[in-house]
Design a protein around this ligand. Structure first.
Ligand code: HEM
Length: 295
C-alpha cells in the first residue's frame, strides 16, 4: 500500500516535470551535473531532481518488496508479480534515462508515461492481493451469463484507457495533435459507462464489484471535466505563453494524476469481477444433449 501511494506521488512529481517544461534541466543521467549529490536548487532542476530522488527510493522499495515476496509468499503467482514489478520499475528507470540522453523523443517520453501507470497498477494490485480483506474474504462467485461478459467489458475498458493514455502522452510530448485524444475520450466515456452501469445494475449486492465500479464512474466524469480544463489552459490559453502558467500546470498535473487513479481503479474492478463474477460458458459435449454447463 505504501509503495502504491509513493508511486502516485511519483506520477505527480513526473507530471510536474513535464508541465513545467523541466525535462532537460539536468542534462546527464544517472548522475546530476556529474554527481549524485543535490544540485543547485533553482528553476526546473528542483522538479527534475525531486522526481529522480523519489524514483530512486521507489526502485529500492520495489527491490525489497520483490525479494521479500519471493522468499516469503506461498502463492507462486504472487512471487512472479513481485518479479514483474521489479522488471517494470527497471524498464521505467531506463526509459527515464533515455528520455534525458536522447533529448526527449516523443515515443520514449510516451512509453515512460505509459510504463509509469502500468507500474502504478501493479503496485495497487499487490496492495490488493496482500490486503486483509482479499485474504479473509470468501469470493461470492456469481456466474455471469450475459454477453459480452462483465469481465470482457472491464478488459475492454482497460484497453481503451491505455489507448487514451498513449494518445494523451503523445500530445503532451509533442508527437501528435490533441484531437485524437479528444475524439477517443468519447469512446472511453461510452465503454466505461457501459461497464460501470452493467456492474452496478447486475451485481449491486457484490460490494467488491459495486465499489470500484462507482469509483470508476465518478473518476471518469471528473477526468472528462479536467480534460476540458487542460485543453483550455494548454491549447487555447497556453499556446503563445512564454513560460508554463500556473492554471495550465495545475490542470494538466491533476488530469494526469486522476488518469492514473482511473486506470488503477479499472484494473481493480477487473480483478474483483474475475474473482467474484466468473464467466459462465457453454460447453457442448458430443452425444450428451445440448444443456449448457457452467464452469
Ligand atoms: C476519461 C477520459 C480521459 C482520460 C482517461 C485522459 C487521460 C489523459 C492522460 C493520462 C494524459 C497524460 C498522458 C501523460 O502521462 O503524458 C492526458 C493528457 C491530456 N488530456 Fe486527457 N484524458 C481524458 C479526456 C480528455 C478530454 C475530454 C480532453 C479535452 C480535450 C483531454 C485533454 C488532454 C490534454 C490537453 C492533455 C495534455 C495535457 C498536457 O499537455 O499536459 N483529455 N489525458
Amino acid at each position: 500500500m505504501f509503495t502504491a501511494c509513493a508511486t502516485f506521488i511519483l506520477i505527480i512529481a513526473g507530471a510536474l516535470v513535464t508541465s513545467n517544461d523541466a525535462g532537460l534541466s539536468i542534462p546527464d543521467w544517472p548522475t546530476s551535473f556529474g554527481s549524485f549529490s543535490v544540485p543547485p536548487w533553482h528553476g526546473g532542476i528542483q522538479y527534475e531532481w525531486s522526481h529522480r530522488a523519489i524514483a530512486g527510493s521507489i526502485v529500492l522499495l520495489t527491490i525489497s518488496i520483490a525479494t521479500w515476496t519471493f522468499i516469503t509468499e506461498r502463492r507462486r503467482w504472487m512471487k512472479w508479480l513481485g518479479v514483474a514489478a521489479l522488471g517494470t520499475v527497471v524498464t521505467q528507470a531506463i526509459l527515464g534515462g533515455l528520455t534525458v540522453l536522447l533529448f526527449q523523443p516523443p515515443w520514449v517520453s510516451s512509453a515512460h508515461a505509459a510504463v509509469a501507470q502500468t507500474f502504478f497498477c501493479i503496485a495497487v494490485s499487490i496492495a490488493l492481493f496482500t490486503g486483509r480483506r482479499w485474504i479473509e474474504e470468501q469470493p461470492r462467485a456469481e456466474l455471469d451469463q450475459r454477453r459480452p461478459a462483465l469481465f470482457t467489458l472491464t478488459l475492454l475498458s482497460i484497453f481503451v484507457l491505455y489507448v487514451q493514455l498513449l494518445l494523451g502522452a503523445m500530445f503532451r510530448h509533442h508527437g501528435m495533435s490533441w484531437w485524437p485524444h479528444a475524439v477517443n475520450a468519447s469512446v472511453v466515456a461510452m465503454v466505461l459507462a457501459w461497464t460501470a452501469v452493467r456492474a452496478i445494475s447486475a451485481y449491486p449486492q457484490v460490494e467488491a464489484v459495486r465499489r470500484p465500479a462507482i469509483a470508476m464512474l465518478g473518476l471518469m466524469v471528473a477526468q472528462l471535466c479536467l480534460g476540458f480544463l487542460a485543453f483550455i489552459t494548454r491549447v487555447m490559453w497556453g499556446r503563445d505563453a512564454a513560460q508554463p502558467e500556473l492554471p495550465m500546470v495545475i490542470s494538466t498535473v491533476v488530469h494526469v494524476a486522476v488518469g492514473a487513479l482511473l486506470l488503477a481503479t479499472t484494473v481493480v474492478l477487473a480483478i474483483q469481477v474475475w474473482r467474484h463474477v466468473p464467466v459462465a460458458f457453454e460447453e457442448r459435449v458430443p452425444g450428451r444433449g445440448q444443456n449448457p454447463v457452467a464452469a
